[in-house]
Design a protein around this ligand. Sequence first.
Ligand SMILES: Nc1nc2c(c(=O)[nH]1)N[C@H]1C(S)=C(S)[C@@H](COP(=O)(O)OP(=O)(O)OC[C@H]3O[C@@H](n4cnc5c(=O)[nH]c(N)nc54)[C@H](O)[C@@H]3O)O[C@H]1N2
Ligand SMILES: Nc1nc2c(c(=O)[nH]1)N[C@H]1C(S)=C(S)[C@@H](COP(=O)(O)OP(=O)(O)OC[C@H]3O[C@@H](n4cnc5c(=O)[nH]c(N)nc54)[C@H](O)[C@@H]3O)O[C@H]1N2
Ligand SMILES: [Mo]
Length: 782
Amino acid sequence: MSIDPSTRYRPYTHASGGWGSARSVMHILWREQAMVKTGAALLKQNKPGGFACVGCAWAKPDDAHAHPLEFCENGAKATAWELTAQRSDPAFFARHSVSELRAWPAHALEQHGRLTHPLRYNPDSDHYEETTWEAAYQQIGASLQALPADEVVFYASGRASLEASFMYQLFARAYGTNNLPDSSNMCHESTSVGLQESIGVPVGTVTLSDFEHTDCLIFFGQNVGSNSPRMLHQLQDVRKRDAPIITFNPLKERGLERFVNPQSPGEMLGPDSTLISTQYHQLAIGGDTAAVMGIAKALLEMHDGALQDGRPGLLDDAFIAEHTEGYQRFAEAVRAQSWASLEARSGLSRGAMEATATTYANAERVMVIYGMGLTQHRQGVQNVQMLVNLLLLRGNIGKPGAGICPVRGHSNVQGQRTVGIVEDPAKVPVDLIERHFHFRVPERMGLCTVDACSGMLEGRVRGFVSLGGNFLRAIPDTSLMEPAWQTLQLNVQIATKLNHSHLLPGAQMWLLPCLGRTEIDRQDGVVQSHSTEDSTGCIHGWAGNSEPASEQLRSEPAIIAGLARATLGNGIDIDWEAWRRDYSLVRQAIAKIYPDIFADFEQRMWQPGGFRRPLGAAKRQWATPSGKAQFIVPTSIDVDDDVQAPYARRDVLQLMTLRSNDQFNTTIYGYDDRFRGIHGTRSVIFMNASDIVRLGLEAGAWVDVSTAVQPQVKRQVGPLQVVDYDIPQGCCAAYYPECNALVPLWHHAERSKVPAAKSVPVLLTLNTAGKASHDDRLIIRN
Ligand SMILES: Nc1nc2c(c(=O)[nH]1)N[C@H]1C(S)=C(S)[C@@H](COP(=O)(O)OP(=O)(O)OC[C@H]3O[C@@H](n4cnc5c(=O)[nH]c(N)nc54)[C@H](O)[C@@H]3O)O[C@H]1N2
Ligand SMILES: Nc1nc2c(c(=O)[nH]1)N[C@H]1C(S)=C(S)[C@@H](COP(=O)(O)OP(=O)(O)OC[C@H]3O[C@@H](n4cnc5c(=O)[nH]c(N)nc54)[C@H](O)[C@@H]3O)O[C@H]1N2
Ligand SMILES: [Mo]
């Protein structure tokens, strides 16, 4: 690999975890001046009786399986980021105008610390100014009353607890709209659509204990080392039992290669790391459906061969006959594919697909794990369904050690959907809500994230309420959306830290600061607890244990209650103030609306490891229209049909936008991506050596990147510096959210509408004036 000295690229040769991880944690604790406070908090993180990590949604173990410290490098960063000693108080906003702050990089905005007071934007002074909570509630309530309910969007980012989320969706519906998009719309909605059709549940089927029984794991498009590092413990245990792990990823991600447990003194001091993936297949971006077709084809060929030789077949015929539908059609479709086209589309050799099939066939209990590399494609739903097809062939759903495992992102993003934050009213128990709370749930389908953006562009969305998140940076087509965002009549942001979504105000803009996960939530002097649902469908209680960053902060449930009281009339039978004082009343209400899941909620949420929501598919009960699990034939094995003439295909690269090891979504902790060897910058584009030569570039050169689609709206990002990297030919990678201006709003997964952020057709042009920049404002060009 050639390295140009002008890039800040040095290949990382160490395992994931280990000293690099320990050093990175210490650095951020020191920088945030939160060493003592965070240290104490971390001891309680993800522990029974402690608080649930603000980071990812990976499962939390019960007492018997808890590690001495149940947090990872990135969970520790997230905690330190929240417990920082820095503050963005009214004096800070008096010093800096909104126009000035808009020019700050994302990192600097959040680094400046926690929001402390309720603020209202004053267009005359161009400053945020302190207001009172009661004034904010009353004025927002009056503005909401003045807007048609269908023109207001209630977004949620995926962190708010079950209690806050339940109240939020009820508030929106009582107000008169199902416009309840959440971050799942940009994330695992392909899972919710795909799994529901295939196996009758919208979520994964495995629990932590399945890792103890599995014979083989297959990983697709998930970067465990950066994005769910606590799972590395489970992977290490699987490998110690000698079970194989097979990975499909265009990039060699370090966490999927090697791991040293930073909590094990022996491993930290010794020379050895654990080999994670026993087979690593660097497929082409978007090649997953073709790759899984290939594995299935190899399996069917092996099965046929075995039968011809008089040996037992390799498929689970009994399971297929009793539990599934559509096998014949699926098998025909698989057999009809030629190896040549499967190789061309997947970017893998027939041998690689056959090797996987052989390992798969030799294992009795197989789990498939996946993330954004599968869901954020035009064919995201189909990708997910292909994984299910593969599992069904050998009865690998609904038995210990087997199943499908989507790795969710935000720590309660799955739970928010469970308690009603969903734009489709068919997915909530309308009759129970109407019976208990005495209002009519609106019938009209609400807006998902992409539709909310279109609505804003067309002037149909005029109000926006945001329960956390950084909508304007997380969505596609940033450059088109920024002006639309400024046309909003009303914009209410409930947040812990300042971000760019807060800095392009429309007519009325409020910034309401809330307690974070780590902080003690006292209501009238009584400490309240919350709950969340993790990626494995387990629901846990937790409570913060640090003093709040400011006395002025309100909890999310308290803010929602305040807004609801001020907005809604008296006809609705909800005592918001009583709920605000005592969250156990909210839990009682949740249990009334979702009795099957939340019976005995108050007691069971404190069970070590949490309680599991009932999941039919995990017991081979298929809640599909026919009562059977479905083999679903993919409509196409093409990556993407969005590249159009007049671009010569050979000039177009497929871009994936992804996360560094030093960020949580749009929150940028720092400018290093240790595992990928990047230091001090995010302005890079990872490219294959032969593409660099073919396009007349060289490592270290600066390029502008534009989207290769028609009709052409100018979508351009740059300059980015070329890094010669181990990535398949024709593919390239760069960071989210800086590259979101390149993703067209209409370029999204069929049916789930998840933006296809992992396959954006792009063209590169040399930028001779390029230079390094820490400022994403410079990178995103209109
Ligand atoms: N520290 C940290 N933790 C996080 C987050 C964070 O930003 N930082 N974000 C949280 C959230 S909201 C989410 S959704 C998750 C996201 O976690 P991931 O699902 O890991 O998401 P990405 O970082 O976008 O990485 C996607 C992975 O898919 C691979 N990939 C890209 N395209 C393809 C493809 O076509 N096929 C295959 N097989 N692989 C592909 C990429 O190389 C990369 O390894 O993490 C959560 N946890
Ligand atoms: N191109 C591209 N785009 C993507 C993705 C991609 O891979 N590529 N990934 C997509 C995915 S998977 C996701 S989930 C979305 C993420 O989209 P969002 O969830 O909207 O974004 P975040 O960056 O997680 O939001 C960060 C902000 O949340 C606020 N916050 C933090 N903690 C709290 C809290 O406890 N309460 C409240 N009220 N606010 C809090 C802070 O103000 C912080 O600035 O982005 C999506 N966009
Ligand atoms: Mo996500």
